[in-house]
Design a protein around this ligand. Structure first.
Ligand SMILES: C[S@@+](CC[C@H](N)C(=O)[O-])C[C@H]1O[C@@H](n2cnc3c(N)ncnc32)[C@H](O)[C@@H]1O
Length: 216
């Protein structure tokens, strides 16, 4: 029940998976939570409802920021909303939990869209443009003893995410997996993904993974 102006991501199965892991694991409870790439604010509102001490939501899109502001008020969830690029709007702050459902669909080019709905999913030729930056930068905003929860498709290589998070000193693990049929964007890109060897011939399902990473 979230308002979603045109161009704002509709909370989907990937959103639901992170929400589920966050709730079941009690990850948000009493913590300062950052939702990076908040879309309609679904994860931010879920974190507030799951007992977060505070919730900050960031998105590059003005419409997403407006939708999250409105949705959090309609749901009586205390969410601070900031517009900007990934961690830039919260530079210098530390969070006990960072949640992210970033764009992760492999795209025809490495040019990231700035003003279209495709900004919700296009993530460069290997789908890792945002994942790379999140993995490399998350320790700048993660408090000691904090956790990252990150969802993406295994098409963009789960092991690369685990390695990248281990490289910055976190302890990563896969917390949830689900195999789902391709949605419309992946279906439309199937031939491209096959030609790049990212999926096998005729493969039309993907595994979604929620990766958790703990900072000791
Ligand atoms: C897949 S959607 C996820 C939305 C929401 N978190 C959810 O799970 O329903 C990805 C979101 O990331 C945002 N985004 C893309 N690039 C970004 C960036 N560089 N910094 C912040 N947000 C970004 C998009 O505008 C979009 O709202």
């Amino acid at each position: 029940m979230l308002l979603r102006p045109p161009g704002v991501y509709r909370a989907e199965g990937d959103t639901e998976m992170v929400t589920d892991v966050m709730r079941r694991g009690g990850f948000a409870l009493g913590r300062d939570v950052l939702d990076v790439g908040t879309g309609s604010g679904a994860l931010a509102i879920a974190a507030a409802r799951a007992g977060a001490g505070s919730v900050t939501a960031v998105d590059l899109s003005l419409r997403s920021v407006a939708a999250t502001w409105l949705n959090s008020r309609l749901h009586a969830a205390a969410v601070t909303v900031r517009r900007g690029d990934l961690f830039a709007p919260v530079a210098g702050r530390r969070f006990g939990l960072v949640v992210a459902n970033p764009p992760y669909v492999p795209a025809p080019t490495d040019r990231l869209p700035r003003h279209r709905k495709a900004r919700c999913w296009d993530a460069g030729p290997d789908g890792r443009a945002l994942l790379r930056r999140i993995c490399a930068g998350v320790t700048d905003v993660l408090a000691p003893d904090g956790d990252l929860l990150l969802v993406h498709s295994a098409v963009c290589d789960t092991d690369l995410t685990l390695d990248a998070l281990a490289r910055v000193g976190l302890v990563p693990q896969v917390l949830a997996k689900a195999t789902v049929p391709f949605g419309p964007v992946m279906r439309a890109r199937a031939a491209l993904l096959e030609s790049r060897g990212l999926i096998g011939p005729g493969e039309r399902e993907e595994e979604l993974v929620v990766v958790g990473a703990h900072r000791d």
